[in-house]
Ligand binder design. Structure first.
Ligand SMILES: Cc1cc2nc3c(=O)[nH]c(=O)nc-3n(C[C@H](O)[C@H](O)[C@H](O)COP(=O)(O)OP(=O)(O)OC[C@H]3O[C@@H](n4cnc5c(N)ncnc54)[C@H](O)[C@@H]3O)c2cc1C
Length: 461
């Protein structure tokens, strides 16, 4: 039995809407795929691959036997929000799947999705009923890290209040990741369960602006910071100030807010435009998928790094997460990708961008194929016509002048914050580790909740 390749709705159908791109697999297909996991001798997926340490072979055994409730019980014993990870995780577990050593890995992520979706459909997922311990915690930020931390602390019996600058909880799950990857109804459903279990959400409240962090810290037993890495990496080249040169998140967030009814029109629109996306990563790919749905005329995604190999690179042998070419569902829908391209300046007319000057670059590689340094290819400078440039080059970390300064916390060289347990201030997610992944944010939220529980209650170490 091979791994199923066709997991998406047809392109011509999915490009007309913002609904999730993946199709539902049948129980028969899921059972067959779960049985592929039974061929494994030594599973590296959960120890090596999954930051949550999901017990993947046991979950898949239950699925192969049709024991969906048991599969859910095993999955939910380690994972707070499998409905999020099963939709957006790059599936680090699949990179270390033993089946992937000589063939195609087991489709762990889709099996997880089926387990959690079946659990919700069958009513297995219920609000927690905690016994209160009389201690209070405030959480700043309601992304996956803040949500996981709040959920676990609430289950431990703490009285938890989450402060969120945005109108609704979810962080980048809601205001970054497009709806075609993660339907926001999944976040609403989870937040409702958490509220029923006693977690309080205070939205439209920017801590450090609407209320000071030190004021909150003085009124709770512990303060947890999970406010992400709000600053996007800029490209401060000549012409950066032109209209039509925008951060990817401004573009993506606008579309998500229109879909949610929070805005009537997208503040940054790709409709009818020649779009250039700078940055070849996942955020760039999300821009491609969103621009396609907004009916852009053309979409070109530029990446300064070389094109990764089609197969796993020797620099990342199994069971490491493979460095290799990744083609997302959005890339399969349209647009063009080019590698080894560096941007030199933005060209304008009447205050708006009309072109990007670029050149080709050549990389020197290490013996394992790792890119080391680049030089410009002489005579390759040219101008690409465009009316919208989206900067998707990652995030720079925490602003040292913001909440960090408010609370007297030092920002390290990579602009991350560290916990100060002596003052009962804890930090988790991207704020602590730099921009990363949803699954790592959730894992860190859970780990930090455990630490707060142990520090404040003297509970089992
Ligand atoms: C466009 C995009 C797509 C991505 N796609 C994926 C993907 O497919 N898979 C994946 O695994 N990862 C993806 N990521 C990365 C992932 O979303 C992040 O790593 C993850 O959300 C980090 O979680 P977090 O809780 O630490 O922070 P965030 O999700 O950033 O949440 C932080 C929250 O804190 C709030 N906040 C900030 N400052 C304050 C304040 N002063 N007061 C109150 N609230 C505040 C913010 O409004 C936000 O809601 C993507 C990231 C982006 C930008």
């Amino acid at each position: 039995m091979d791994r199923i390749q066709d997991i998406y709705r047809p392109v011509e159908q999915r490009c007309c809407d913002f609904k999730e791109v993946e199709r539902e697999l049948s129980f028969a297909e899921l059972g067959e795929q779960a049985r592929r996991c039974m061929d494994c001798g030594i599973p590296f997926c959960h120890g090596n691959g999954c930051p949550l340490q999901n017990v993947i072979p046991e979950i898949n055994t239950a699925v192969a036997r049709g024991e969906w409730k048991l599969a859910w019980e095993i999955l939910s014993s380690t994972s707070s929000f499998p409905e999020f990870t099963s939709r957006v995780c790059p599936a680090l577990c699949e990179g270390s799947c033993t089946g992937g050593l000589h063939g195609q890995p087991v489709m762990v992520r889709q099996l997880e999705k089926a387990v959690v979706d079946t659990a919700f459909r069958n009513g297995y997922v219920q609000a927690a009923k905690p016994v209160r311990n009389g201690l209070t915690v405030a959480v700043v930020g309601s992304g996956p890290a803040g949500l996981a931390l709040a959920d676990d602390l609430n289950r431990y019996g703490f009285d938890v209040t989450v402060y969120e600058a945005h109108h609704r909880p979810g962080g980048l799950l809601r205001y970054g990741i497009p709806d075609f990857k993660l339907a926001k109804s999944a976040i609403d459903r989870r937040v409702k369960l958490m509220e029923e279990a006693g977690v309080r959400f205070v939205c439209d409240t920017r801590v450090g602006h609407d209320v000071s962090a030190s004021y909150i810290a003085g009124r709770v037993d512990a303060l947890a910071l999970a406010f992400g890495t709000p600053e996007a990496r800029n490209l401060p080249l000549p012409g950066r100030e032109l209209g039509g040169v925008n951060f990817a998140l401004e573009f993506l967030q606008g579309q998500n807010r229109v879909n949610a009814g929070e805005l009537s029109a997208t503040p940054v629109s790709a409709a009818g435009k020649h779009v250039v996306v700078i940055g070849g990563g996942d955020t760039g790919s999300d821009c491609v998928g969103t621009a396609i749905r907004q009916h852009a005329a053309t979409i070109l995604q530029l990446e300064i790094m070389p094109k990764p190999p089609v197969e796993r690179s020797e620099s990342t042998p199994w069971p490491l997460w493979p460095y290799m070419l990744r083609t997302s569902s959005s890339h399969r829908e349209g647009g063009e990708r080019r590698w080894n391209v560096s941007t030199k300046r933005f060209i304008g007319q009447g205050g708006r961008v009309c072109g990007v000057e670029v050149c080709d670059v050549e990389w020197t590689l290490s013996p394992e194929g790792k890119p080391l340094k680049f030089t410009e290819v002489p005579g390759s400078t040219r101008v690409i016509d465009t009316e919208l440039v989206l900067l998707a080059m990652g995030f720079t970390g925490v602003d040292p002048a913001g909440l960090a300064a408010d609370l007297g916390l030092a920002v390290d060289q990579r602009r991350r914050l560290a916990s100060d347990p002596a003052r009962r201030i804890y930090v988790c997610g991207d704020t602590a580790n730099g921009a990363s992944l949803v699954v790592r944010a959730i894992a860190d939220g859970k780990k930090t909740a455990r630490r707060i529980y142990e520090d404040l209650t003297g509970g089992a170490k």
